[in-house]
Ligand binder design. Structure first.
Ligand code: BGC
Ligand code: CA
Length: 249
């Protein structure tokens, strides 16, 4: 191998190493318009294997009933069991939801159709009761803490709302309907920023199997119970211009 070849290989290897370590350790906030940060974020998204879902364009009436505008909106399944928190015993079943999202200027709307064979809100805290949570990271920085544009919203099967410590509850409205074998939560979330085409998103279903405490948690993307503290492992929601009925994949 001649000297020039040797030198080029060493140069490429150094560049690759630097890029990798920057991608891993680089800043978490992507909202600066710097090219470097964008690169870090795109890389992170690919690496994390986060699920990607679509929010279609449309405005539902928030009344806990499923209006036509929800038709043909692709569903996100909260089919990931947070194993560390699962204390269900024989005969007790996991509670899961099919979640659909819509958006319009300044809002995100979520419809969770929850399967739960035994509804209970016996516990003191909302997250220990049968309930649904939505996590929103508007600038998709996926930080391991909550910044200003991040939020955690919760509605129980009885319609009681509660929020993460740094979340403004005024941004949230929800309505619940109990149905055969479960309940429906329909919610409206005011977006604080002019959201881009993609935002960070996750949905969580808490389940009290009838014991008076939480026996299982199911989520769309994050497989840990840490979403209320860190948004590093949430999924990605693309705000699509077409409505559900116009949408063909
Ligand atoms: C978690 C709970 C936590 C709560 C705080 C929920 O998402 O599952 O364990 O205490 O958030 O708001
Ligand atoms: Ca239950």
């Amino acid at each position: 191998m001649n000297m020039l070849k040797c030198f080029s290989i060493a140069l490429i290897a150094t560049a690759m190493l630097t890029a990798t370590s920057y991608a891993q350790d680089g800043p978490k906030s992507p909202n600066t318009n710097q090219k470097g940060s964008e690169f870090v974020e795109m890389k992170k998204e690919e690496d994390s294997g986060a699920r990607e879902g679509k929010a279609m364009h449309g405005t539902p009436v928030i009344d806990g009933k499923i209006d036509d505008v929800w038709k043909n909106v692709p569903a996100l399944m909260t089919d990931r069991d947070v194993e560390d928190e699962n204390t269900l015993t024989e005969g007790q079943t996991l509670s899961q939801a099919s979640v659909k999202c819509l958006w319009d200027e300044g809002h995100l709307y979520c419809l969770a159709e929850v399967k739960d064979d035994k509804i209970s809100v016996e516990s003191f805290d909302g997250w220990d009761q049968d309930s649904v949570e939505f996590f929103v990271d508007e600038n998709m920085s996926k930080a391991d803490y909550y910044d200003d544009d991040d939020a955690q919203y919760r509605t129980t099967a009885e319609g009681e709302e509660s929020f993460g410590d740094s979340t403004d509850g005024d941004s949230y409205k929800s309505k619940v309907t109990k149905v055969e074998g479960g309940y429906i939560v329909e919610a409206s979330i005011k977006l604080k920023t002019k959201a881009g085409k993609k935002i960070g998103f996750d949905a969580q279903v808490n389940n009290d199997p009838g014991t008076g405490s939480r026996g299982s948690i199911a989520k769309w993307n994050d497989t840990t119970n840490g979403t209320y503290q860190s948004l590093a492992d949430i999924g990605v929601l693309e705000l699509v211009d077409a409505s559900g009925s116009e949408f063909v994949e």
